[in-house]
Design a protein around this ligand. Structure first.
Ligand code: WTA
Length: 656
């Protein structure tokens, strides 16, 4: 495990950051959140969450807020029953908001769709009837491998409506990644598209599903949305067109209430071993916390705001803040299919101007990309509608924070830097707009109702100015309920590091500043964060060594000015491959892309004669990171063979 102190270079800069931006009086006067929330939550946490759960419609009220007897397996809102899709859709129609726009959708080629809450109810009901007609029953798993189109949202909500458990697989993942996820969850249905638009091109997606499903016997049907019109192979009896199956269905569907702990979805995320973890989320507590956080952190006013979370629905940010949180709160959202520079670098700002977006939520890597493209691009558009800006996915450096504030937020809109994880389900640490005086680069403090601490190696809380590990010391409603099919791994991964204290270990390093504000410092395990996406070093290493040319591989995340971290691989090649030069490097990069997906493609692959290992055989990634980041190489005394680093450095100098 990396010591948090290893990250001190970036940290020194951070802690010199002394600017603070208190909320304007005008914003504070109208804000959803007030400082009283903190006191209320501190006085009685469970009563506080019980009150938050009142944001939802419950068919059967719960009898107990939290059951933690079987820790670390939590039950929230015990005995309560609800339907998640009803809460996100029908109740808004019933309260007279059927004509309100739920989704302003914009396709990459420029096609547009407007979906009201009444439309959403019809589409979700038809899709639910369609899924039921395929024989799917509550508890069955459905894999959703789709781009950012409205049908993806319909499919998720239709699953939720029937009590099916969805597993959304990011459309940028490979066929192999899809296959392992289908297999792990034993999905009976895959919902996909013929193809997807990416950077102005129509790329086929269905062939990846065909390849995966050929080896996953659990799958009975593949339901295909026509998006690009690309020709696809159809397997009779197994494959169905969405428009043929769904369009003819009844628009009426009566939702059934499910237990608060009914599984809502599984979402796979990288762990420190090669096998992704199926993070399990359930219904009542999850929906409560995403609705609560979305309301307070983004200050959502459902009648007037236009909200845009520019994540992909294939990540947890898309689940919680494109689908469940905003829809539970009756938001009007923007959903955009494509990349930010298609067909030009002002595409996002054109969208903000067109729909008068008032709340924007994105990742630091995207902000840094916009910085690179230049402030003159957003300056050409009217961004005056923006009133809250959010950031998520990785630590945001103060420069990016200030640029976001000035060039996007007009020095007016508060910025909320939100820390959370796939596992936490919802935002945990964040300023509250209208309440918190923000500091550029700090996520500030746990939200009301949430408990987090920075502790040292022994689990003792560090003082102001101290650094250590971030832990969550109280259960929270949207917490993961486990790892699909692997209770032991759930205990080992999150609850063993500070077992004595009963803390959840997040895997992040953090520090308190002199005022006690929290600064996140990045992962302390072997998980990389590339453009806000979690990728484990082991996963990429396994992909590399599965190639016949590779004898051994070690992967590190090296600091990257745009993507946060970049993947750098060190490989020892086998016999003949050594003489193939650049060709083999290209083959390896393509191989990783095929095994995991393009996001996992190493930025750089270095061929080395040896890898630095400890006497017990563990690769010392710290030293490889020094090489990858062009730094003086650190302490080599624990290496089994201390001359290895000389060999590596010498080889790299002469080789390239
Ligand atoms: C990192 C994304 C600093 C962190 C919602 C965490 C952050 C991992 C922030 C989870 C932030 C997320 N500041 N780091 N505001 N938000 N992270 O599961 O390392 O894709 O553990 O969830 O991203 O990534 P995940």
């Amino acid at each position: 495990m990396t010591q948090p102190s290893d990250q001190s270079a970036a940290l020194d800069n951070l802690l010199n950051e002394s600017r603070a931006f208190p909320p304007s009086e005008e914003f504070a006067a109208q804000a959803n959140a007030t400082s009283a929330l903190y006191a209320e939550a501190d006085a009685d946490r469970e009563a506080f969450w019980a009150k938050q759960a009142e944001r939802l419609h419950w068919d059967t009220p719960w009898t107990k807020v939290l059951d933690w007897d079987d820790a670390p397996f939590a039950k929230w809102f015990v005995g309560g029953k609800l339907n998640v899709a009803y809460n996100c859709v029908d109740r808004h129609v019933e309260s007279g908001h059927g004509d309100q726009v739920a989704i302003h959708w914009e396709g990459e080629p420029g096609d547009r769709r407007t979906i009201t809450y009444a439309d959403l109810k019809r589409e979700v009901s038809k899709a639910a009837n369609a899924l039921a007609s395929l024989g799917l029953r509550a508890g069955d798993r459905v894999a959703i491998y789709m781009p950012m189109i409205p049908e993806t949202v319909f499919a998720m909500l239709a699953s939720a409506r029937l009590g099916l458990t969805h597993s959304v697989v990011f459309g940028g993942f490979s066929s192999e990644a899809l296959r392992t996820r289908i297999e792990d969850a034993e999905a009976k249905l895959v919902i996909t598209v013929d193809g997807q638009y990416r950077r102005g091109q129509a790329l086929p997606l269905k062939p990846a599903v065909d390849e995966a499903v050929a080896r996953t016997p659990s799958v009975r049907n593949v339901l295909v949305v026509r998006r690009t019109g690309t020709d696809v192979d159809f397997t009779p009896d197994r494959d169905l067109w969405w428009h043929e199956l769904v369009d003819g269905q009844s628009e009426e569907h009566t939702p059934e209430a499910f237990d608060a702990e009914h599984p809502l979805y599984i979402l796979y995320t990288s762990g420190t071993t090669g096998k992704p973890k199926g993070i399990l989320h359930t219904s009542g507590g999850y929906l409560t916390q995403v609705a609560y956080t979305h309301h307070n952190v983004f200050d959502l006013k459902p009648d007037t705001d236009v909200y845009w979370c520019a994540a992909d629905v294939g990540w947890v940010t898309g689940h919680s803040y494109i689908v469940y949180g905003p829809l539970a709160n009756r938001a009007t959202s923007v959903m955009y299919e494509g990349t930010p520079n298609t067909p030009h670098e002002g595409r996002w700002w054109e969208i903000v101007q067109r729909y008068k977006v008032s709340i924007l939520y994105t990742a630091p890597t995207t902000i840094r990309t916009f910085m690179k493209w230049g402030a003159d691009i957003p300056a050409r558009y009217d961004l005056s509608s923006l009133r809250v800006l959010g950031s998520v996915g990785e630590p945001i450096n103060p420069e990016a924070w200030m640029w976001y504030r000035e060039h996007i937020g007009g020095n007016r809109a508060p910025i909320v830097d939100t820390w959370w994880q796939t596992e936490t389900g919802a935002i945990m640490i964040s300023p509250l707009p209208g309440v918190t005086a923000t500091k550029p680069g700090s996520a500030m403090a746990p939200l009301p109702g949430i408990a987090a601490k920075v502790v040292d190696d022994t689990g003792a809380e560090v003082g102001k100015g101290g650094g250590g590990y971030l832990v969550l010391d109280q259960p929270w409603p949207s917490m993961l309920r486990g790892i699909w099919g692997d209770d032991q791994r759930y205990r080992d991964t999150y609850w063993s590091r500070f077992a004595e204290q009963g803390y959840y270990f997040a895997g992040d390093g953090a520090k308190y500043d002199d005022d006690g504000a929290i600064w996140l410092l990045g992962r302390v395990d072997d998980v990389m964060n590339v453009s806000g996406h979690r990728i484990s070093t082991t996963e990429v290493e396994s992909a590399l060594v599965s190639h016949p040319s590779v004898a051994e591989a070690a992967v590190v995340g090296a600091t990257d000015p745009t993507t946060g971290q970049g993947i750098v691989a060190f490989v020892i090649l086998r016999g003949d491959a050594k003489d193939q030069g650049e060709q083999v490097i290209k083959a390896l990069r393509d191989h990783v892309s095929k095994e995991i997906g393009p996001i996992a493609k190493p930025r750089q692959i270095m061929v080395v004669p040896e890898l630095p290992k400890t006497r017990s055989g563990k690769i010392m990634r710290r030293l490889l990171r020094d090489v990858a980041e062009n730094r003086q190489i650190g302490d080599v005394t624990t290496l089994a063979d201390s001359s290895v680093m000389d060999l590596i450095s010498a080889g790299l100098k002469s080789g390239s």
